[in-house]
Design a protein around this ligand. Structure first.
Ligand code: NI
Length: 183
């Protein structure tokens, strides 16, 4: 997920070391359903470290493994402005969700476009850390939006799937235009 441009600009520079390539919509690989992680080894830790680097460099506030063409249930998030909120979730699953909120979302697979999406206000998620240790994340507001957005990626779902066909087609035209401008 990406935040507003003002917030993005405030992210500190991070030197590229092991940057992964982010798939961009409409790449069909973004529709792949991720498999559960069963091995918690050094390769997983390195992959998570690379995901953080890639997310901070983009810059973004959330990244799912699906977006870097690794189809394992792994996501990283950090909605802080000083890298103090880094979280990695392995094999996340929703335990509870309630309430409703509308939040303007962006996505690293849709550079430069944003749209309001309806999500649960509060979510309780069970996950594992990089060592396989279970934990529960109980969040609301923007962080709840972020975790729901990234968990969707692991199911092959993207934020524009929630929009009306008209709104979606307007937004995708804008995405095309932005791509032509930056080409
Ligand atoms: Ni995204």
């Amino acid at each position: 997920m990406t935040a507003s441009l003002a917030f993005a600009a405030a992210q500190p520079h991070f030197p590229p070391m092991a940057l992964l390539t982010i798939l961009e919509f409409p790449d069909p690989r973004l529709r792949t359903k991720a498999q559960p992680v069963t091995v918690f080894d050094a390769a997983l830790k390195q992959f998570v470290a690379d995901m953080f680097e890639t997310m901070y460099a983009a810059p973004g506030v959330g990244l799912a493994a699906t977006q870097v063409n690794v189809h394992q249930q792994v996501l990283v998030m950090d909605m802080s402005e000083d890298k103090s909120g880094a979280m990695a979730l392995v094999n996340p699953r929703i335990l509870e969700k309630d309430g409703e909120q509308v939040f303007q979302e962006g996505c690293l697979s849709f550079p430069g476009i944003y749209a309001d999406v309806d999500r649960a206000l509060h979510v309780k998620v069970a996950a594992q850390d990089v060592d396989g240790k279970e934990f529960v994340l109980d969040v609301e507001g923007p962080l709840a939006v972020c975790v729901q957005h990234e968990m969707d990626h692991l199911q092959g779902k993207v934020f524009v799937d929630y929009l009306s066909p008209l709104k979606r087609s307007m937004l995708l035209k804008k995405l095309d235009k932005k791509r032509k401008q930056s080409a």
